[in-house]
Write a protein that binds this ligand. Structure first.
Ligand SMILES: Cc1cc2nc3c(=O)[nH]c(=O)nc-3n(C[C@H](O)[C@H](O)[C@H](O)COP(=O)(O)OP(=O)(O)OC[C@H]3O[C@@H](n4cnc5c(N)ncnc54)[C@H](O)[C@@H]3O)c2cc1C
Length: 404
């Protein structure tokens, strides 16, 4: 059948039971579930000119399948999320590997027993590894924070090496902060892995959608009860009504096309945008992606290479490793991280999580609490970093709640 794309001008709100803002995994999964299980007529409003949110991929001018909003690798221990996607895609078996480019030498990331040998030489690595295993146990992931907390010169040597050569410059580039200013949950994402397993993820289910993400989303949103309006911003079609003129007065209703909408509204965009940034913009990091195509089969030794001590970009991804595409040429993508300053040209990618920003977010969230048909969901609306599988799990849970 294909997706039912509509112009917003042609939507009849009397025929809509639920409104979903955004067509990433948060929005698309809820839309599908409400349409299919709940038999609700769902209107999806998407500001971009395509569906799929951050996961959108397409063939570039050189014929290579590329991800347009950062490389996305699916990995999860949540069987429900994995099985759910299986309805809309077959999988390509793919185990992601990341190497650090350390002054021209490649070493596995997360830093593991193999990296230790490259960094310290075989003999010294064996001695240090033994000590690490004695302290933490074999096959364990130890965070940088845990390592630095040890009062042992050998362990400190490993901690210092990893901190300075794998973590520090990369983190500074990524966040524009010193590592001390970064939220501990982000630091905790950088482990030392006491293993020879070079895979970036150890989850039970890992892979890439066989034909790419966009066809997966096309199937998910292809349902007779779903209509999709592209190029439509929520803030331009929502008429927000407040309980008073006070700037902290909560919402009393949201109207669309001059009618108060009483069905569920699932909102997956940034909350500050919805309220036209009345309390100021929520801080995010954005990314610039620079693509380069080469007339050679492969350009680098694995899917992603992190530049941990040199170069202004954080990492380079070569998509053919991820997608398994066979071609005589290849496209790579460099990622440059910046503060998010201009919503008209930039995309908010990473929420900068700290107490001040969380309080800022909570002020926006408080405006919505009074409206019992409004559900903020997803990495933007919840101002959190969530992997895809977590978002799918949260979207399914919300659908369970709404459908009963
Ligand atoms: C660079 C990068 C790499 C990542 N890599 C991975 C990975 O390898 N594996 C993994 O599991 N996760 C990864 N993630 C996380 C993944 O992107 C998120 O889990 C996923 O995008 C969450 O889906 P979502 O629907 O919440 O948000 P999104 O995918 O961002 O979807 C939100 C949608 O809402 C639309 N929208 C926003 N505001 C409005 C508005 N006002 N009106 C209308 N529409 C609006 C947006 O255009 C967008 O389409 C990565 C994230 C980033 C930033």
């Amino acid at each position: 059948m294909g997706i039912n794309y509509l112009d917003y001008a042609d939507v009849n709100m009397d025929e809509i039971d639920a409104v979903v803002v955004g067509s990433g995994f948060a929005g698309s999964v809820v839309a599908r579930e409400l349409a299919e299980r709940g038999n609700k007529r769902v209107l999806v409003i998407e500001k971009k000119n395509h569906i799929g949110g951050n996961m959108y991929d397409e063939i570039d001018e050189a014929g290579i399948l590329v991800h347009r909003y950062g490389p996305h690798i699916f990995h999860t221990n949540d069987k429900r999320a994995f099985d759910y996607l299986q309805r809309f895609t077959d999988w390509r078996d793919y185990q992601h590997e990341v190497l650090a480019n350390w002054y021209g030498t490649f070493m596995p990331v997360p830093f593991n027993k193999n990296s230790m040998e490259i960094a310290f030489g075989e003999e010294e690595a064996a001695r240090l590894t033994e000590k690490l295993i004695e302290t933490f146990g074999d096959e364990r992931k130890v965070t940088i924070t845990e390592l630095r907390a040890q009062d042992d010169p050998d362990l400190e040597k490993v901690a210092d090496f990893v901190y300075e050569n794998v973590f520090l410059y990369y983190t500074q580039k990524q966040w524009g902060l010193t590592p001390d200013e970064v939220d501990p949950s982000v630091v905790a994402r950088v482990p030392v892995f006491l293993s020879r397993d070079n895979r970036y993820f150890q989850d039970a289910y890992q892979g890439m959608p066989l034909e790419g993400y966009t066809p997966l989303f096309e199937r998910m949103l292809d349902h007779e009860n779903i209509s999709v309006c592209l190029n439509t911003e929520a803030e331009s079609v929502f008429d927000l009504q407040f309980s008073s003129d006070d700037e902290d007065a909560p919402l009393s209703a949201i109207a669309l096309k001059d009618q108060s909408f009483t069905g569920p509204i699932i909102y997956t965009g940034p909350l500050d945008e919805l309220f036209l940034a009345r309390f100021g913009r929520l801080p995010y990091r954005t990314l610039d992606f620079v693509y380069e195509t080469y007339d050679q089969e492969f350009w680098q030794p694995c899917g992603t290479v992190n530049y941990t001590v040199t170069e202004p970009y954080t990492r380079i991804t070569e998509f053919k490793y991820l997608t398994g595409q066979e071609a005589p040429n290849t496209t790579i993508m460099k990622e440059f991280s910046h503060p998010y300053e201009d919503p008209s040209t930039q995309i908010p990618y990473y929420a900068i999580i700290n107490d001040e920003n969380n309080a800022h977010y909570d002020r926006y969230l408080a405006l919505t609490k009074s409206l019992d048909n409004f559900y903020p969901l997803g990495r933007l609306a919840e101002y959190r970093y969530y992997n895809m599988d977590v978002i799918i799990g949260r979207a399914l849970a919300l659908a369970d709640e709404l459908v009963g």
